[in-house]
Every structure is written in structure tokens, then in C-alpha cells.
Write a protein that binds this ligand. Structure first.
Ligand SMILES: Cc1cc2nc3c(=O)[nH]c(=O)nc-3n(C[C@H](O)[C@H](O)[C@H](O)COP(=O)(O)O)c2cc1C
Length: 315
């Protein structure tokens, strides 16, 4: 059985330009947004309209919120509730120090009572599908994870996405996918699995294995925006220069100028892995400070090495 494919929430990456690119190849079933600060959304921060831009397919969009303040999370959920979307997700997995220091992200997992009370408030604020994305916890303790998730389920969470690493591990080691199927058998709600999907074959393997109710991929979908389409059977030849140029066009169309360079760097940091001289190109692009010069440098590389342009997509 093929289960839904999801794009992972990734700060500075899971925005409209990436969704436009992925959708152009055939798309995936659900697009999680990058984490959106609930406090900034409630306080009408200057860039919020870009963070909540649900294009190109709001019906497949899941807004992810991050905060440590339950009031901010509930108020932000009420704002998002009025927008077209598939659901609202609460970030209980981010292990970046800037986030955990504030008590947000994976820090929620150390306080089951507080997390359950927060979820109750968010639940009361929205009719949308409410989900939580989390890690195994701060420590590797499966029984603790199950109890924690049961509390969330009891408060009305409808889907859990598990990235089965601890907060301390960040990206080290391997994602413990056996935890995904074990957690699924302990809960009454669907469980999506996430972590270390590297290619279309991995996506299909996890989807067909019956271990989870949905498969989420992050970094691999930035490296290969065609990942989901190829997993679903698409094949053909593509022009890598053209894909990069399309991304840059979407960036200038759908993001504010203040974001151009940071978002371009983030994207090409992964996308350049498709090239033989990827590290060299990353360094070239990282030197640029204007979007127009990123575009020029990108095209100049293919003028020098036209043989790098074409890539074959198939499983
Ligand atoms: C650059 C970057 C930013 C991320 N930002 C978020 C985020 O905003 N919210 C979140 O829940 N996880 C975030 N993550 C974690 C991913 O959603 C995902 O759990 C992780 O990358 C593992 O999946 P993968 O192996 O398919 O990439 C981020 C990961 C990366 C690499």
C-alpha cells in the first residue's frame, strides 16, 4: 500500500518557492511549512504574509507553529484556522539551541503535563487537523515516548510525525525507524515516519513496508525536488540549470528581498549535490550578495560545463 508522501518542515527551505518547484514535477501529498513563530504571527511581524503564503496548493498545506508560550500558540492557531489549509502542526522536534533555549521545539517533550495543557488550548482554537512533529525525546526512552504521545492523543492531536532521533542526537546516527512502527501500534491515531529518506527508493520502501501512515522527507526533497514524483513512477530527462533558474525565479516572485540570499544559499547548499563540482559551485554562489549575481554565477557554471546540465530521472 502506498501511503501519503509529505514534505518536511524546514526553516528557510519549506516555503512557497520550493513547493512551486516540487509541484512542477508532480508534487507530493502534504506540504509542511517551515516553522512559523507563533509570537511573530500574533504580533503581525513584518514578514508574516510570506510565511503564511499557502501557494501553490493551500489544500495540501500544513502550517507548522513554534513557540513556548501556549497563549501564543493558541492565538496563532486561531489565525491560521481562518486560512485554507489541511492542518496545523506544532513543532516539538526542533533541537536548535536558539529554539530549545526558549523552551520551544523538543523542550516540550520534557514536560508532558505542560505539553498536554498547551495542546488542549490549541485544540480549542482550531477545527483544522491538529498534528505534532516530534523526536524520540531528549533521551532514548521508548516507553516515555509512548506515554508522551498518548497524552497528546488524549488532548485531540490527530497525527504524530516521528523523527526517531533524540534531541541530543540532532542529525547524528541513524533514524530508528523501528520506533515508528512500534509507536504506531501503541496509538490510536496515524503516525508518520521521517528521517534519512535519501532517494525515491527509500520513500517507496518505507511507504510499502506498512510501518507508518505517511512518509515525510526533508533534505532529499531539496536535493531532488523531483523525489516524490519519481517515487510515484515519473521518469524523464531534466535540465539542472533550468531547475535552478526556476527556483531563483520563484524566490524573487514569492519571497521578500530580505530573504533572497539566505534562502538561495540554503537551497543550493543541497541542490548543488547533483553536480560533479557541487562544492565548488556552492562556494561560488555563497560569495554572491545579490540574487541577480547568483543567477549569473549559476548559469556561468553550465556554460563552462554543458555536460553537467542534463540528468536522468528514474527509479
Ligand atoms: C535546514 C533544516 C531546517 C529544519 N527546520 C525544521 C523546522 O522548521 N521544523 C521541524 O519540525 N523540523 C525541521 N527540520 C527537521 C526536518 O523536518 C526533518 O525532521 C529532518 O531533516 C529529518 O528528515 P530528513 O532526513 O528527511 O531530512 C529541519 C531540518 C533541516 C535540515
Amino acid at each position: 500500500m502506498i501511503v501519503p508522501f509529505m514534505l518536511a518542515p524546514m526553516a528557510e527551505l519549506s516555503h512557497r518557492p520550493l513547493r512551486e518547484l516540487i509541484e512542477g514535477f508532480g508534487g507530493c501529498d502534504e506540504y509542511f511549512t517551515e516553522m512559523i513563530s507563533a509570537g511573530a504571527l500574533v504580533g503581525s511581524g513584518p514578514f508574516e504574509s510570506f510565511y503564511i503564503d499557502g501557494g501553490p496548493c493551500p489544500e495540501k498545506l500544513v502550517y507548522q507553529l513554534v513557540a513556548s508560550d501556549p497563549g501564543h500558540l493558541a492565538a496563532a492557531a486561531a489565525i491560521l484556522d481562518r486560512l485554507e489549509c489541511l492542518g496545523i502542526d506544532i513543532n516539538m522536534g526542533c533541537s536548535a539551541p536558539a529554539i530549545t533555549r526558549t523552551g520551544a521545539g523538543v523542550r516540550w517533550m520534557v514536560s508532558p503535563d505542560k505539553a498536554a495543557a498547551m495542546i488542549a488550548r490549541v485544540r480549542a482554537a482550531t477545527q483544522k487537523r491538529l498534528s505534532v512533529k516530534l523526536r524520540t525525546g531528549m533521551e532514548d526512552n521508548f516507553d516515555y515516548l509512548v506515554e508522551f504521545c498518548r497524552r497528546l492523543e488524549a488532548e485531540g492531536v490527530e497525527l504524530i510525525t516521528l523523527h526517531p532521533r533524540t534531541g541530543r542526537e540532532k542529525f547524528r546516527g541513524k533514524a530508528r525507524w523501528d520506533y515508528v512502527s512500534r509507536l504506531r501500534s501503541e496509538l490510536g491515531i496515524p503516525v508518520a515516519g521521517n528521517g534519512d529518506i535519501a532517494c525515491p527508493e527509500d520513500l517507496v520502501h518505507r511507504a510499502e513496508s506498512g510501518c507508518c501512515d505517511a512518509v515525510m522527507a526533508g533534505r532529499a526533497a531539496v536535493r531532488a525536488p523531483w523525489l516524490f514524483a519519481v517515487a510515484k513512477g515519473a521518469s524523464g530527462d531534466i535540465d539542472l540549470e533550468d531547475v535552478g533558474l526556476r527556483f531563483l525565479e520563484f524566490l524573487s516572485k514569492y519571497q521578500p528581498p530580505e530573504f533572497y540570499i539566505s534562502r538561495a544559499r540554503r537551497f543550493f547548499n543541497y541542490f548543488c549535490d547533483n553536480l560533479k563540482w557541487g562544492t565548488y559551485v556552492k562556494n561560488l554562489l555563497n560569495r554572491e550578495t545579490e540574487l541577480s549575481s547568483v543567477t549569473k554565477a549559476w548559469s556561468a557554471y553550465f556554460e563552462e560545463r554543458p555536460e553537467e546540465r542534463s540528468a536522468r530521472l528514474e527509479r
